[in-house]
Design a protein around this ligand. Sequence first.
Ligand code: P6P
Length: 333
Amino acid sequence: MKRISLTQYLVEEQRQNNSIPAELRLLIEVVARACKTISHAVGKGALGEVLGTAETENIQGEVQKKLDIISNEILLEANEWGGHLAAMASEEMESIHPIPNRYPKGEYMLLFDPLDGSSNIDVNVSIGTIFSVLKAPEGMGQPTEADFMQPGTQQVAAGYAVYGPQTMLVLTTGNGVNCFTLDREMGSWVLTQRDMQIPAKTKEFAINMSNARHWHAPVKRYVDELLAGETGPRGTNFNMRWIASMVADVHRILNRGGVFMYPADLRDTSMPGKLRLMYEANPMAFIVEQAGGAATDGQQRIMEIQPHKLHQRVPVFLGSRDEVAVVTGYHQA
Ligand code: P6P
């Protein structure tokens, strides 16, 4: 089969759909190159002295892993000199990161979770990088957090890299979802899946069952019905997966369907779930919707939520659209 590289795909996409301006193409290629570097660091593990914690905490009050910080630095250094960005924002940094004055500024803003699934790093389970691209508001001066407060429908691109048995890059610019596999010998991203589609129906759900006693009624009702199997109201048996790396769970759902849930629960009613809107839920929602799936917070499309804070959290129900419709419907019953 003729191999199509990421560069060739982006050039052809630009030629056919005029949907990837040169600066956005550069941005995507720079992020993809940074993900290759992160993949290399992650793959070294103990041999690279990159495992374990860094004895620091991030804005979320979570102990940072060495690889969290290394991955964040890789993305910052790769993206700040190219002239394609006005600013960046990261799960690992409390405030936004304007492009230093010594570099030219561009019209895009990049948000990322540099290494998602950190609890899995030290036990060799798949982890990933998630990124989202917004346009800088017209006439923006010195970037502020307020400039990032755009709903997910404003994203011009989103993607993730999954560092698993293979390293893969999944990308959308609004014309479907494509997947690239890293050819480690050549150091290039090769198109391996075009126009990924999530099956509307599924018999597989993903949720952290250990939180069941804390769930609100709609989630409890929905999951109880799945667990009741073929003798219950759904009339069929369901399977469960929970990798505790959103990127890996979403990648499975993109490939074979499923419904992923991280609901708000009674543990902390001030915290609407665990996942962050701007650089986890929104990019994943864009990708999932572009692949024919659905993504809600239980009430509305995740991508229609008007953000108020850079690190705000949101309940997440995403994947096979028929199942997302059922669990969302129970929230509105
Ligand atoms: P729990 C990883 O820390 C993460 O942010 C997501 O990647 C993942 O889906 C979730 O948290 C796992 O959370 O509570 O099951 O450990």
